[in-house]
Design a protein around this ligand. Structure first.
Ligand SMILES: Nc1nc2c(c(=O)[nH]1)N[C@H]1C(S)=C(S)[C@@H](COP(=O)(O)O)O[C@H]1N2
Ligand SMILES: [Mo]
Length: 177
């Protein structure tokens, strides 16, 4: 069992092999992901840090536009880490025993684009089983590091809206602090 939160997943699956890159580091390898906000431990994760976590492949693609363009979505595939596992690493800083119930997560890109998830959605629904921070993409049969870190909510009906390209930070917040 990969983690206490892993469930049978139809949309994503643990990757079979450790990820090994023969190429020298390219763009994405130099990027980092900040985990900030109301956290116990602020994190600054490199791609190597993400690769050291359990990996998942996004295997069934919904449309990755807002409206729907299945053909375009079919060309893409990704490997990454579950967002909830990253958030759990940082932990919620709150005196309120119900703090997690009031928590939400904001994924933010360098251009200001954001996607929003409730903590309950990430930990307690099928949607959360397919929210990945991605460091590798498989396009047109190629497998290589992506040009940038990104996030996808793979089971959204149209995943474009909560696909965050150029992902820079994950912010954990709790309503009422
Ligand atoms: N950083 C960032 N990510 C973004 C956007 C954006 O403007 N900035 N647009 C979103 C929207 S509205 C869509 S439909 C998809 C489009 O993804 P594509 O360019 O891979 O088709 O990216 C999403 N991710
Ligand atoms: Mo869109």
């Amino acid at each position: 069992m990969r983690s206490i939160f892993s469930t049978v997943q139809s949309l994503v699956r643990p990757s079979a092999k450790p990820v090994l890159f023969s190429r020298p580091a390219i763009n994405v390898a130099e990027q980092t992901l900040e985990v900030v906000g109301q956290v116990q431990i602020p994190l600054c994760l490199s791609v190597a840090d993400l690769q050291a976590m359990p990996g998942y492949d996004w295997v069934r693609l919904t449309s990755n536009t807002c409206e729907g363009n299945a053909q375009k979505a079919q060309k893409k595939g990704y490997r990454g880490v579950l967002l909830r596992e990253i958030v759990l690493k940082a932990g919620l800083k709150s005196d309120d025993p119900k703090g997690w119930k009031r928590a939400y997560v904001v994924a933010r890109a360098s251009d200001g684009y954001v996607a929003l998830f409730s903590w309950n959605e990430l930990i307690n629904t099928d949607v959360g089983d397919a929210v990945l921070v991605m460091y590798r993409q498989h396009s047109h049969g190629q497998t290589e590091l992506g040009e940038h870190l990104s996030l996808v909510s793979g089971s959204d009906r149209h995943s474009g809206a909560r696909q965050v390209k150029w992902l820079r930070s994950i912010e954990l917040c709790s309503i009422f602090g």
